[in-house]
Design a protein around this ligand. Structure first.
Ligand SMILES: Cc1ncc(COP(=O)(O)OP(=O)(O)O)c(N)n1
Ligand SMILES: Cc1ncsc1CCOP(=O)(O)O
Ligand SMILES: [Mg+2]
Length: 228
């Protein structure tokens, strides 16, 4: 038994929100951990032109702050031109300096309140909640704009011992109007249970960047499961 087994959905919440008002599930594209600028600019354009993408997250690992800021400078206009939200991973301070639309913060990436104070009311601030109902409720109370659950499937991009079931998405959308993101090992062929369970966004890395037809084809491959 986990802590979350102690958090059933209270009966009074059962039909609290009309799910018909919820927008259809959208695609959230996350970058590889290493990219080369300027080559990646064209890759990103190809991805975003492959189909409707709601958000792009720049998720670089083990690179300098200067490198992150230079990548933001090159990639932010690509997203702006296409009205795709530009979210920086991990660092609220760099998101502020870069003029990003928001930041994604894991449990160890700093407080939501500090990020909000820095970025302002209009910023999109996401929080990793792994497989935890408790963390999701806490993130909502602390002012997150979305909660992210995962990894739903095996992934080599960020190996995770957290393995939520799709039901956590159904539970969340019944409880909260805050959007929920599903991440981890998601491809067009296995996305349906997450979409059906109520994911507001599915976030993907390899499905786009490692698609044999290129990133545009990687995005376009979600056409059927997302109902475009
Ligand atoms: C949309 C989304 N969900 C989860 C994560 C993971 O964030 P975190 O736990 O901080 O791990 P890293 O991505 O920083 O390695 C994410 N980045 N985006
Ligand atoms: C960043 C992150 N957080 C949980 S799983 C994951 C990686 C998802 O990558 P992929 O879509 O390639 O499995
Ligand atoms: Mg992080």
């Amino acid at each position: 038994m986990t802590d979350d087994d102690l958090i059933p959905l209270p009966a009074e919440f059962a039909d609290r929100f009309d799910q018909e008002d919820r927008p259809a599930c959208q695609l959230y594209v996350v970058s590889p951990a290493r990219i080369e600028i300027p080559a990646f600019i064209d890759s990103l354009k190809a991805a975003l032109d492959g189909g409707p993408v709601a958000a792009f997250q720049l998720r670089l690992k083990d690179v300098s702050d200067d490198m992150v800021l230079r990548a933001c400078e090159a990639l932010l206009p690509v997203c702006n031109e296409r009205e795709v939200a530009f979210i920086l991973n991990d660092r609220a301070d760099l998101a502020k300096r870069a003029g990003a639309d928001g930041v994604h913060l894991g449990q160890g990436d700093g407080s939501l309140a500090e990020a909000r104070a820095l970025l302002g009311a209009g910023a999109q601030i996401g929080r990793t909640c792994h497989d935890s109902r408790h963390l999701a409720m806490e993130a909502g109370e602390q002012g997150a704009d979305y909660v992210a659950f995962g990894a739903f499937y095996d992934t080599t991009t960020k190996p995770s011992h957290y393995r939520p079931q799709p039901e956590i998405l159904s539970w969340w959308i019944t409880l909260s109007q805050l959007p929920c993101v599903a991440i981890g090992g998601i491809f067009p062929h296995n996305a349906a249970p997450l979409v059906d369970a109520g994911a507001d966004f599915i976030a993907v890395v390899r499905a786009v960047w490692e698609h044999e037809g290129g990133p545009g084809a990687g995005v376009a491959a979600f056409k059927d499961v997302l109902g475009w």
